[in-house]
Ligand binder design. Sequence first.
Ligand code: TXA
Ligand code: MG
Length: 329
Amino acid sequence: MHCDVLRVDPFHPDPDLIVRAARNLQAGGLVAFPTETVYGLGANALAEDAVARIFAAKGRPATNPLIVHVASIADAQALSADWPDSAECLAARFWPGPLTLVLPKASCVPDLVTAGGPTVALRMPAHPVALALLRASGLPLAAPSANRATELSPTAAEHVLRGLAERIDLLLDAGPTTGGLESTVLDVTTDPPRLLRPGLATLAALEAVIGSIERTTREASAQPARSPGQMRRHYAPRTALEVASHSRRRVEELRQQGLRIGWLTHLDTGDGPGDLGILLPADPVSYSAQLYAALHRLDDAGLDRIVVERPPAGDDWLAVHDRLRRAAE
Ligand code: TXA
Ligand code: MG
């Protein structure tokens, strides 16, 4: 299969190119597109055949359900059998944006999308290209991150092509994404709502709108998948990775053993992280925005191991800790 790569302006995408991508989706094609979090691999969520192609392209187990992207709150309501007050308040405050809501599914949503389950994950993305594509196609779009299953999520078009170039029809390249980590996944079918995957929308921001949220991510990863994104070894680079509290010392120790070690740190000691090192920003938002790109770069360098300085504790870093823990498994 040959993948057409269309470069578009991230803020004002050329309508002709968006229409081309939309027609492709209407015809059952696979189109990778940018969101404000990571690139997604989109298909018509209402067409089983198209959705089946997503699973095949990613090598994703059929037990792992997909997020459906919508252009409006009304479109989300049409795909859910119930729209509780919590969904109303959260969507009003966070959409378009990096929050995915898990709701009872409407019967029009194919079972393949929800992995046979009774709930559907919905999100209205904030990226102008994603929104333009949703509107032009007139379709809800099932879209997981545009990477092969178990590999790192893509934050730039070249990351998408690395894993999927031969497996998709079209890619809208709008440059690097700004958020850099996936959306927060929140189950609002329970009271209190449950956090299934920490992400760019922080717990503090969510709790300010709907009150307390149950945090189940850590324990749930040991149980049968409630959100299979909690599966082990998800979001992982190919290179072995470890998180260390005194990472400089650890890196030196491993290099003395003759190993080629990549180093990722947010602690600026003034003398720079060296050749195979990357200095990340010390605030969680900028750190998140750059983490995957840094991991992709080190992963491509053919190293023996990547050592990451342990980020600070605290809820602002929850999503970063979650992804690093999985990457290290
Ligand atoms: O930021 C994002 O969310 C990106 C962009 C493209 O929107 N998408 C993304 O999709 O990260 P994916 O498929 O890589 O991760 C979706 C997560 C998985 O952890 C999946 O198990 C969970 O959402 N999920 C999907 N449907 C669900 C459902 N009905 N119930 C519980 N979890 C669900
Ligand atoms: Mg993913």
